[in-house]
Design a protein around this ligand. Structure first.
Ligand code: 13P
Length: 288
């Protein structure tokens, strides 16, 4: 059964570790992430961008697939199915489709409008026992074709949004999606510290988890980050393993092209990436 992310993140914030959000794109990715979480006894959040939702033919398909997979694979660790960077309309669709968690990304709106829209969703999510992530200060880089500049959130605005009763808060602290450029200035721990001081127990979310050095990840967790999003690193490891397999020419031999065999090395690569991140974030064994 899918669960809201509230419980797992409250425990993570109190226990000074973070739960990973790993984005899914298809059945193979979903299976790889769920099996790894179960093997490591770790809670997990499956992220679905609006683009990935469309690719998988719609949120209802995603929700049905994930729920059925949890059942058939006998997954017992807590799993939240979460819309990543949702529009207001996307959030409503996911609520309808049976997701257990949503992110409303109102960071590009003026703060008053972000507050108004977030408030409406807080109400619906409370009724449905769903978790809600809000964002202040846009995360840089490219997400589904939308490019944002890396920003540092205003801690006062973070407090305003946090006080609305959201479950978790993504505050921009210089992080960006995708690979970090050579001249990246690093995370702004000053901003993170100020946000955490004003928002207290609120679990903070770190987007752009790919390529952040380990010491920065650990420091971010010590300053209140309880959820870390990873997408690009799974994509890269999947692509690299698949490329290697094709170059070796194995899929062209014997019985010819077999999609299950072709995708298997990529699936193993995703499993290894997810394992590495769960160990780094400290979530292994937390679902025992
Ligand atoms: P990366 O693609 O940089 O890992 O970021 C993922 C993310 O933050 C999804 O919201």
């Amino acid at each position: 059964m899918l669960v809201s992310a509230k419980d797992m993140l409250t425990k993570a914030k109190a226990g000074k570790y973070a739960v990973g959000q790993f984005n899914i794109n298809n059945l193979e990715w979903t299976k790889a992430i769920l099996l790894t979480a179960q093997e490591l006894k770790s809670p997990v959040i499956l992220g679905v961008s609006e683009g990935a939702g469309k690719y998988m033919t719609g949120y209802k398909t995603v929700s049905a697939m994930v729920s059925a997979m949890i059942d058939e694979l006998k997954i017992t660790v807590p799993v939240a199915l979460h819309l990543d960077h949702g529009t207001f309309e996307g959030c409503l669709k996911c609520i309808d489709a049976g997701f257990s968690s949503i992110m409303f990304d109102g960071s590009h709106y003026p703060i008053e409008e972000n507050i108004e829209k977030t408030k409406e969703l807080v109400k619906i999510c409370a009724e449905k026992n769903m978790s809600l992530e809000a964002e202040v200060g846009s995360i840089g880089g490219e997400e589904d074709g939308v490019v944002g500049a890396g920003e540092c959130a205003d801690p006062e605005e973070c407090k305003m949004i946090s006080d609305l009763g959201v479950t978790m808060l993504a505050a921009g602290i210089g992080n960006i999606h995708g690979k970090y450029p050579e001249n990246w200035a690093g995370l702004s721990f000053e901003t993170l510290d100020a946000v955490q001081k004003l928002t207290g127990d609120m679990p903070l979310v770190l987007h752009g988890g790919t390529g952040i050095p380990e010491d920065m990840i650990k420091k971010a967790i010590s300053l209140g980050v309880a959820k870390i999003n990873v997408n690009t690193e799974c994509q890269l490891s999947f692509a690299e393993a698949t490329r290697k397999y094709i170059e070796e020419g194995k899929d062209l031999q014997g019985k010819g092209f077999d999609p299950r065999k072709l995708l298997a090395p990529g699936v193993d690569a995703i499993k290894a990436t997810v394992k590495e991140k769960m160990e780094l974030f400290g979530s292994v064994g937390k679902a025992e």
